[in-house]
Design a protein around this ligand. Structure first.
Ligand SMILES: Cc1cc2nc3c(=O)[nH]c(=O)nc-3n(C[C@H](O)[C@H](O)[C@H](O)COP(=O)(O)OP(=O)(O)OC[C@H]3O[C@@H](n4cnc5c(N)ncnc54)[C@H](O)[C@@H]3O)c2cc1C
Ligand code: SF4
Length: 533
């Protein structure tokens, strides 16, 4: 029943909100997870129809500004070379994610000690290891044991097939003697936990109708619902409310009919991602919190990180099945750890992407002048389609207080709530790393037999990873939440999404986001008796 007091109110039903909801369910508290989006119907995903690629540019676009669903909010991304990508729905951005699922390396938690940059995390790899393992089981991660890039870890099921593109690229890495390994993927290669195995439809990033890709709606939330967690779709939260004692009292939100409502709660947990969470905190200003809720450090919305990417394409003589199968197949961690001789600190992974379908091939080929208009068009197209595979480098983005999420002065969502504005610049360090990654990937592709190699950087539509805007730390002056995710300022307010990252690592973040959410949930459970002392 709405309006009745609830114990735990989670805002955001994406990767982290779903994980924390599932973990807390065993307490038998009354737990409600609100999201502005709605439940997705897999039978309506683009992959069920022939226009699947075109719909990825419309109602399943990565960009909320392009998608413009009633459940989306606009984002002013005119001041960033990398546009924000997300999805607002039950399952959050995991509805669209590709399911590349690497963990952080142990070194990622101590970059200040190792490299003299940014800050160390208040926790380390060993702290998260049991939560990584639990998250792997809940998610159903496919992979191959023994990857020398990581400390020993169990795998849940066999890896995705390399396919012709993966085997070709692996051959290139082998010739150079560089690391590669089948990727860990949040995609089931066998029937798992009520989900069917991947059937290689190849449309993972516009929703997996097969249910093989582990979006949070069909993993954590399916279990959470059975354990009496309530999910309230179409609830768009405007602000977190507080009382004179400095505690959160609940939220003000708009329901599906646009009616303003309030909901009280004992504990409020934010899981709105690295853009949505600072937006909500900044929109929750009050006389006690004039700079925004939980913002005594002044760091809410600062240190925004989003991983600059480069894509390096190779065109091969052979047909290499570029559109058959999930995007992921292999990765390389060869250049992950710092090496001063390279001219930058920290590093990156390569993730290989099998390639594009017919529309994607045409769009990228024409944009990069590889597929010309006019009399050569068909020949060019034939040479590229099903012949082009690529590597993407995910470059570690270091925190910089001048990269920010703030509130736009004019732009508002359809409920009249101020929209976020992004200011982001690619650092000199990242720029050098991007260039280095393009040069090395070119060597791999040529060693693998590519006849033509071309690249682009940064991937302008690729703001997929939203991190750092409400960081973890033990010092209230230099962090927004403490080492177990509780606001330094508001004792019954927690943050579990990507905003709490201290540094970004050079890998996709969702595996770590979900492990952190489980770790924070565990801390809440263990400390319940004296949570607010
Ligand atoms: C196209 C694409 C591909 C990606 N591929 C990968 C990949 O291969 N590997 C990887 O690790 N990561 C990938 N990502 C990123 C990954 O999806 C995110 O890291 C992850 O989902 C973030 O989890 P989160 O819980 O922080 O936020 P999200 O999953 O984004 O969930 C946030 C939720 O909060 C809700 N919300 C926000 N504000 C409000 C409000 N005011 N009121 C109510 N609800 C609100 C939103 O509707 C949303 O559902 C990809 C993302 C995209 C878009
Ligand atoms: S390739 Fe596999 S994971 Fe991707 S959409 Fe198809 S069935 Fe789902």
């Amino acid at each position: 029943m709405k309006n009745e007091r609830i114990d735990v109110l989670i805002i955001g039903a994406g990767a982290s909100g779903a994980a924390v909801a599932w973990s807390l369910a065993e307490t038998r508290m009354r737990i409600v997870c609100m999201d502005q989006g709605e439940w997705m119907s897999p039978n309506l995903y683009p992959s069920t129809n022939r226009d699947w690629e075109a719909r990825g540019l419309r109602d399943f676009s990565y960009s909320p500004n392009r998608r413009q669903r009633p459940t989306d909010y606009p984002i002013n991304d005119s001041e960033t070379p990398i546009a924000i990508a997300n999805f607002n729905g039950i399952g959050g951005s995991t509805i669209l994610y590709a399911g590349h699922y690497p963990r952080f390396h142990p070194s990622d938690f101590k970059v200040r000690s190792l490299d003299g940059v940014a800050d160390d995390w208040p926790i380390n790899y060993e702290t998260l290891a049991p939560y990584y393992a639990e998250n792997d089981r809940m998610t159903g991660v496919s992979g191959l044991a023994g990857d020398p890039a990581y400390p020993t870890k169990e795998v849940v099921m066999r890896p995705l097939p390399l396919g012709k593109s993966g085997a070709t690229l692996a051959g290139g890495f082998n010739k150079l003697g560089w690391h590669w390994w089948p990727s860990d993927s949040a995609i089931a290669t066998e029937a798992y936990d009520g989900r069917a195995a991947c059937i290689n439809l190849g449309a993972c990033a516009s929703g997996c109708a097969q249910g093989a890709k582990a979006s949070a709606d069909i993993t954590y939330l399916a279990h959470a619902l059975r354990n009496r967690v309530e999910v309230w779709p179409r609830c768009r939260v405007r602000e977190v409310t507080t009382n004179g004692n400095g505690m959160a009292t609940g939220v003000v939100y708009f329901d599906a009919d646009g009616i303003e409502r309030s909901q009280s709660a004992e504990i409020v947990i934010l899981a709105c991602n690295g853009v949505g969470t600072p937006r909500l905190l900044l929109n929750s200003k009050s006389s006690e919190h004039p700079e925004g809720l939980g913002n005594s450090s002044g760091l809410v919305g600062k240190n925004f990180m989003c991983h600059p990417y480069a894509a390096i394409y190779g065109v091969f003589d052979d047909l290499i099945d570029t559109y058959k199968g999930p995007h992921n197949n292999i990765w390389s961690h060869q250049f992950y750890e710092s090496d001063a001789s390279r001219g930058f600190v920290r590093g990156f992974i390569y993730e290989s992407i099998r390639g594009y379908g017919p529309v994607g091939t045409g769009l990228i080929g024409t944009a990069l002048n590889r597929i010309r208009w006019g009399s050569k068009h068909h020949d060019d197209y034939r040479r590229h389609f099903n012949h082009t595979t690529f590597l993407m480098s995910i470059c570690e983005d270091l925190p910089d207080e001048t990269n920010t999420v703030t509130l736009d002065d004019e732009l508002k969502d359809s409920s009249g709530i101020p929209a976020p504005k992004i200011f982001y610049r690619i650092s000199e360090n990242s720029e050098r790393m991007l260039n280095f990654s393009i040069d090395r990937a070119t060597e791999v592709l040529i060693a693998a037999g590519a006849k033509d190699v071309f690249s682009r950087k940064p991937i302008a539509e690729g703001g997929w990873h939203l991190l750092g805007t409400a960081r973890l730390g033990s010092n209230p002056k230099s962090s927004v939440v403490n080492e177990w995710g509780r606001s330094h300022d508001v004792k019954n307010l927690f943050i579990v999404d990507g905003s709490i990252f201290v540094t970004s690592g050079g890998v996709n973040p969702t595996c770590t986001i979900q492990a952190l959410a489980l770790y924070i949930a565990d801390n809440i459970k263990r400390r319940l008796a004296n949570l607010f002392d």
